[in-house]
Design a protein around this ligand. Structure first.
Ligand SMILES: [Zn+2]
Ligand SMILES: [Zn+2]
Length: 286
């Protein structure tokens, strides 16, 4: 396939997801398996693209990486998803009802506008949470395991310490009145962008895409192994636009990713990482 067509894969994927939710009959949208099917299907699609359009040989998938990635994907989907619903979204919905607050005007807006408002608003919270993680040591200790990955792949966005994975999932979207299909569209589009932004796929989307959305170029720079200081840019998980607004955008790409001595952490080390100061060592064993 021509490189110019490969470059269109990320925007074409977003367009397909948006078209699906925009055109899907309500009976489909409310089926419990449709949202997971779109989310999982997108990740499988991008993962398969890595085998056809590889970006860096050093990031090539192997069984050890794949097993870890699948474990985290399932963990985020089931455990973190449940925790967020129980501890954040559920109570916020109750609060919304109790206080009689709402945004009915939002549900009146066109589907695409609703979708983008939800996506950009959720990502605004994620941007500041992520930026705080790079500016305050206790939070950095939860986020550092995500930066210790030594290669980028489709599911790498799901890898991290459980505390970080929970913190980054917090948002105020449950306070909004929004169409279900727009809510699901924002969720799956955001997830697709973040998946492409971590994937070993040789696609460099057109300028209009990269102006608003995070690409593998900019996110690999955020993962650079050069130094900790050099990771303090391009915080947007899906929406790089907020980095442009708040002055943390940096142009560039990094093929070498990781932290410190670029040693790959085991799942146990990733989970115990925040305890390192108390365990009194920064050595190879947690
Ligand atoms: Zn980071
Ligand atoms: Zn990342």
């Amino acid at each position: 396939m021509k490189q110019s067509l490969v470059n269109l894969l990320p925007p074409a994927t977003l367009a397909a997801i948006l078209a699906f939710w925009g055109l899907a009959p309500e009976a489909w949208v409310t089926l419990p398996w449709v949202l997971p099917a779109v989310a999982v299907g997108t990740v499988i699609f991008v993962q398969l693209l890595e085998f056809v359009f590889e970006r860096h040989e050093g990031w090539r998938m192997n069984w050890r990486e794949f097993a870890t990635d699948v474990f985290y994907f399932a963990f985020v989907f089931f455990v973190i998803g449940w925790l967020t619903d129980t501890l954040v979204n559920g109570p916020l919905s109750e609060l919304k009802k109790a206080w009689g607050i709402g945004t009915p005007w939002l549900a009146e807006l066109p589907f695409l506008v609703q979708t983008m408002i939800v996506l950009f608003l959720f990502e605004l919270g994620q941007y500041w949470m992520h930026r705080a993680m790079h500016n305050w040591t206790p939070l950095w200790l939860t986020h550092a395991p995500h930066h210790h990955v030594t290669q980028l792949n489709a599911m790498k966005g799901f890898i991290g310490n459980p505390i970080e994975l929970f913190l980054i999932s917090i948002g105020v979207i449950a306070l909004l009145d929004v169409d279900l299909n727009a809510l699901f569209a924002s969720f799956t589009v955001g997830s697709a962008i973040a998946t492409f932004a971590h994937a070993n796929v040789r696609a460099d989307p057109p300028i209009f895409y990269g102006f608003f959305f995070t690409t593998i170029r900019n996110h690999s720079l955020h993962h650079t192994a050069l130094s900790y200081e050099d990771t303090r840019c391009n915080y947007g998980n899906s929406v790089i636009f907020w980095d442009r607004v708040f002055g943390t955008y940096r142009e560039g790409e990094s093929a070498i990713v990781g932290q410190d001595d670029r040693r790959r952490l085991t799942i146990r080390e990733q989970w115990l990482f925040p305890l390192r100061p108390w365990l009194g060592k920064h050595s190879n064993t947690v």
